[in-house]
Design a protein around this ligand. Sequence first.
Ligand code: GLY
Length: 559
Amino acid sequence: MIATRNTTRFLLILLVGYFPFNISANVVPAAGIATAHPAATEAGHEILAAGGNAFDAAVAISASLAVVEPMSSGLGGGGFWLLHREKDNFDIMIDGREKAPKAAQRNMYLDEAGEVIPGLSITGPLSAGIPGLPAAIVHLSKKYGRLTLNTSLQPAIRQARNGFKVNQHYRRMAEFRLEALRKSPAAAAIFLKNNQIPEIGTIIKQPDLAITLELLAKKGADGFYKGDVAKKLVKGVQAAKGIWSMADLASYQLVERKPIRSEYQGIRITSAAPPSSGGIALTTLLNILSGYDLKSLNNTQRKHLIVESMRRAYRDRAIYLGDPDFVKIPTSTLTSQHYAIGLSASIRPDKAMPSALLPGIITPPRGQDTTHFSVIDKDGNRVAATLTINYPFGSCFVAPGTGVLLNDEMDDFSSKPGTPNAYGLVGAEANAIEPDKRPLSSMSPTFLENDRGIVVLGTPGGSRIITMVLLAILNYADGGSANSMVTLPRYHHQFLPDTLYYEKAALTEKEVQGLQQRGHQLEALKSSYGNMQVVFWDKRNKRITAASDPRATGAAVVR
Ligand code: GLY
């Protein structure tokens, strides 16, 4: 799934031939969009064609994905939008992460014996944080867009009303959450057919969601966080033993945060700030790897070092990271070269370090949920956005009359420090539950910039997001393309469990043996993971390419 457009380039070459001026290296030859669903990619291009910029397109795509990819993101969820405005070279991250309700308590998912009650932080409204996505897209439109919010939301409103077709991915995810979806009559009425998984090609219409989107379009954030929609959300949540209040919704605030910057082999990396762990963990990883000449190593040595770096960065993630509005994160230490040198000192080239021997906290990861999209417009503005409702179909709860499927982002907190969440991730005090706090995330929307060009990338995949983005960065550093970044086979280590997971194509038999000899515990995955979306502005060849992960059914279109 790769698309390139050379027509504009051809026209530019013709113009250069006729007129005595230099085409700036910064002329963008076309707009590129890669998303996890063809209808969302089309929504973005429709809004660009209507005169919108990348930020308007991002509003349209976020809202469209909320409709056509309900298992991954939505108005009932949140996300991070990494923005670059070309005219003043301005980068910012919009943090539209969910917040814990005010009545949330540290031990809310524990039984009397202090043990985690299975499922409570994953299914039903008690697992839902206060959504940030509606506030974020309103802000994105009003502060950065060129078109009205109403215009940018029209494709999603149309899609909600006219419906979208069930595909294989939808069926798989619905099967995974079938029992949970059946527990919420309003969710089952929308996403199931007679309480069963709908057949491929079934049209899913969401008239209530269309009305909620229209209210958002008309009234802005108040259309969701106050008034009728808010009342229905709170009534539905409380009737099902949830703890949301009107004050929770009315007081939700998004935050603009300075992204985390790092550098690797001359590539400038801009990525997500806390409450995402992505930018800091990527910086630690790349700082460690900068200390080695990876090109001089054979594949097994190279992969061993990368895995040892992953182990150490994920250990720090578990100990130090959380919502920066609640905990003091030692960012400058964790992102310093000196600190990375210290971490490297314990890496042996011939031996894996068991995670239990690294001081820290004492996890099977899954993750085809969440979604990512990448956009570059013809002015060079760009958006990398990773959005989520956490688990597939989130909490599987829809508040009656709203069409809004609620997230289960509360599971991204450490319900009990040291006990793994749904992704097998462990956490510490820094990520304990507190009222109004944002749960730690792995979502890592990222920009890469060097002489070759600019890359906008990201992927869903729960705890594996950061290592997928790392492998893509290393591939780009080796001269990789948009296509190779989304295609390359993946492997992952997250400190605990002390296991190196890999897609079968990621390691040869010889590499498996070499890694086992070094003491790594390996597990070949039965299925692939991730759904990376990349747009690459190749400045040297004056070309935009876009690629959507071949593991899924997204669409990358350059126009
Ligand atoms: N819910 C997945 C993440 O935020 O990392």
